[in-house]
Design a protein. Structure first.
Length: 307
């Protein structure tokens, strides 16, 4: 009996070690699934109103989930491609070829991206402003300081934001912003500044001012006015950043809303990204007065007849 004891304890320790190693593997593995757990995502601050709605509905449909959104300037979001703890990045563009190579080679993740909605840059002015109609040339002249020195352009920051990048790339096309341009800390800050400054002209994502059914946005719209921009193909016709004008590119400042998924397993990041493409997710974009990119929602007149 005495001779058997050492062998018995040796086997017991060996089995215990294997069980502990197995438990360690599970602890080191993914803590989330498609229906449970917590993940962090990085999102362009200009999309905060609509993404808050998307997250709220997704979590209501999946009670065991928690999605923590970090809203920041787009430049910081794009740098989060290299942050392993960030599962999804929402911005106005996906990864470049160089960034894709980095994700594949250095982070060992097969990232994917998809355009899920179309957004627009809205131009807002103070309610007392007599100017509510602008051509794109007038917008360029105001932003570069060549004309209308009485107007003070304001953005949600002067660097690394998607709105600034869009204006620099698609509106000014290489020209520099004028010294008359100011920066607020956020899109809400732009709205507040314009509401208090009669000679201000602000640039924000339309999801901040497009939804008249949202109580917070309705309060914003009582303090500012959304300007109209000349139709790119019909001189003399001015249009607002409404869904119809976004879809048909009648409004000249339209941009993409893109998710980049960089999750190494089929977990909560996959589930949330997929939700943005479903009927429920697309309907939320539609109700936020962005233009859904995956599904089309049309209003039809219905006649009710009594039998």
């Amino acid at each position: 009996m005495k001779r058997l004891l050492p062998a018995f304890f040796h086997r017991l320790l060996l089995v215990s070690g294997l069980l502990a190693a197995g438990c360690g593997d599970r602890e080191d593995g993914p803590a989330d699934t498609r229906d449970s757990g917590t993940i962090h995502i990085s999102a362009d601050e200009s999309f905060k109103p609509v993404l808050d709605s998307e997250i709220q509905v997704f979590e209501a449909l999946h009670p065991g989930t928690h999605i923590i959104a970090h809203y920041k300037p787009e430049g910081d979001c794009l740098r989060d491609f290299a942050v392993d703890s960030i599962r999804v990045v929402v911005a106005t563009r996906g990864f470049s070829k160089h960034e894709e190579d980095f994700l594949n080679d250095s982070m060992k993740v097969d990232a994917s991206r998809m355009v899920v909605a179309y957004d627009a840059v809205a131009v807002i002015v103070n309610p007392s402003s007599p100017d509510t109609l602008f051509t794109m040339q007038e917008i360029r002249d105001i932003l570069t300081g060549r004309a209308r020195p009485d107007l003070r352009p304001v953005f949600d920051g002067l660097s690394a934001t998607s709105t600034v990048r869009f204006v620099m790339d698609s509106v000014l096309r290489g020209e520099r912003l004028g010294e008359n341009v100011s920066a607020a800390k956020s899109s809400a800050g732009v709205i507040d500044f314009v509401s208090r400054t009669p000679k201000a002209i602000g640039f924000v994502g339309v999801s901040w001012v497009g939804n008249r059914q949202d109580s917070s946005q309705l309060s914003y719209l009582q303090k500012i006015r959304v300007a109209s921009i000349e139709h790119p193909l019909v001189p003399g016709k001015y249009v607002t950043p409404a869904q119809f004008n976004i879809y048909y590119r009648r409004y000249p400042m339209v941009r993409d809303l893109v998710y980049t998924l960089k999750e190494k397993h089929n977990g909560l990041g996959h589930a949330f990204s997929n939700f943005l493409t479903t009927q429920s997710g697309q309907l939320i974009f539609n109700r936020a007065f962005l233009m859904p990119a995956i599904m089309s929602f049309r209003s039809r007149n219905a006649t009710v007849t009594e039998e």
